[in-house]
Write a protein that binds this ligand. Structure first.
Ligand code: NAP
Length: 311
């Protein structure tokens, strides 16, 4: 039987993904297939989706065996009441490695105090020697696909790494914590805090005024997770008071971040435009093809989202 695969993401993504998907499908041994942006809903076996794509009503796709998300974050699709098929999110080698590079780069910027030399070319011979990484405590909230890899890379560089997740983890060389007490400990020791949690009902405003107050004075916050993890007013107040020395933010409640938003002009905030990491078409296409292969072979899908947990 011909496998019918609907590509339900924006048009520019079709141009980007069509050829890599065809290569990956053939690499996975799927040769009898249709891959198109236009297939009658009841004929669709699988759909490649993006939350901002053309399909918002999943009900007519009643024979669809799985929706395969192009992105890691699923908060804009998992709550869709018409989504009746399993949803797999993106876990992609390229996406993960990109995040590791972005996170280690920004942690090292703050750890080494690079800004003093990049912005401070004023003739003063500032000879402040930073501590070694092993004397710097970094906490990561979220020890999933991305958080665990970032924790491992930071540990490899020598940082003293603590991680926090919903379920208790056991990762070599990382102090793994869970639960409310674990969160207090992870925050209380965080000279640099990295947020790599998904946006769910439980994680919204996880970094509120009370929790920011638990962090050491002068700590740095780095958020490549999702904007709503942070209570923006609480963060701005902590930055204004100098309790938080700097925030490097890649994600926001409203994206693009509106030009009038106080983050843009704040001297202690670095805004990056949701570029921490991107799904890479060649490697991501292989993940999608592998899930289609699994579906056809009756094997369990990879990276399924738990609708109850929302991630
Ligand atoms: P993941 O594998 O699902 O990991 C999520 C982690 O968060 C897990 O460790 C999970 O705990 C933990 N978690 C979830 N809810 C929690 C809660 N209520 N309390 C404590 N811990 C909780 O996700 P991922 O692939 O690492 O991606 C993480 C997020 O990064 C994505 O959801 C997305 O928002 C963001 N992201 C951003 C970019 C960017 O360019 N800025 C790119 C890709 C992804 P358990 O391990 O116990 O389940």
């Amino acid at each position: 039987m011909t496998v019918q695969i609907l590509f339900a993401a924006k048009e520019e993504r079709w141009a980007q993904y069509e050829a890599p998907l065809r290569r990956a499908l053939e690499g996975a041994g799927i040769t009898d297939y249709v891959l198109s942006r236009d297939i009658a809903p009841e004929a669709v076996d699988y759909m490649v989706v993006a939350p901002n794509g053309p399909v918002q009503d999943f009900a007519p796709y009643r024979n669809c065996k799985a929706a395969l998300n192009l992105w890691a974050g699923v908060e804009n699709i998992i709550g869709n009441p018409t989504l009746h098929m399993p949803l797999a999110r993106m876990v992609d080698h390229g996406l993960t490695r990109g995040m590791v590079e972005w996170v280690t780069g920004h942690v090292l910027r703050h750890h080494l105090g690079m800004d003093a030399h990049i912005h401070g070319q004023d003739g003063k011979w500032r000879k402040d020697i930073p501590p070694l990484a092993e004397e710097r405590r970094v906490s990561i909230l979220g020890l999933g696909e991305l958080g665990a890899e970032c924790a491992d890379a930071l540990r490899y560089l020598g940082f003293d790494v603590t991680g926090w997740s919903r379920s208790q983890k056991d990762l070599p060389g990382i102090r793994c914590l869970a639960g409310e007490e674990g969160l207090a400990e992870a925050l209380g020791t965080a000279e640099i805090l990295v947020l790599l949690l998904p946006k769910t009902a439980d994680t919204e405003n996880v970094l509120n005024a009370e929790r920011i107050a638990q962090m050491p004075r002068g700590a740095v916050i780095i958020n490549p997770g999702r904007g709503p993890l942070i209570d923006d007013d609480a963060l701005l107040a902590a930055l204004d008071e100098g309790r938080i020395a700097h925030a490097t933010l890649d994600v926001f409640r409203t994206e693009p971040l509106p030009p009038e938003h106080p983050y843009w002009a704040h001297p202690s905030v670095t805004v990056t435009p949701h570029i921490a990491s991107e799904t890479r078409d060649e490697t991501a296409s292989r993940v999608i093809a592998e899930n289609i292969r699994r579906g056809e072979a009756g094997e369990p899908f990879l990276h399924l989202v738990d609708p109850k947990l929302g991630y």
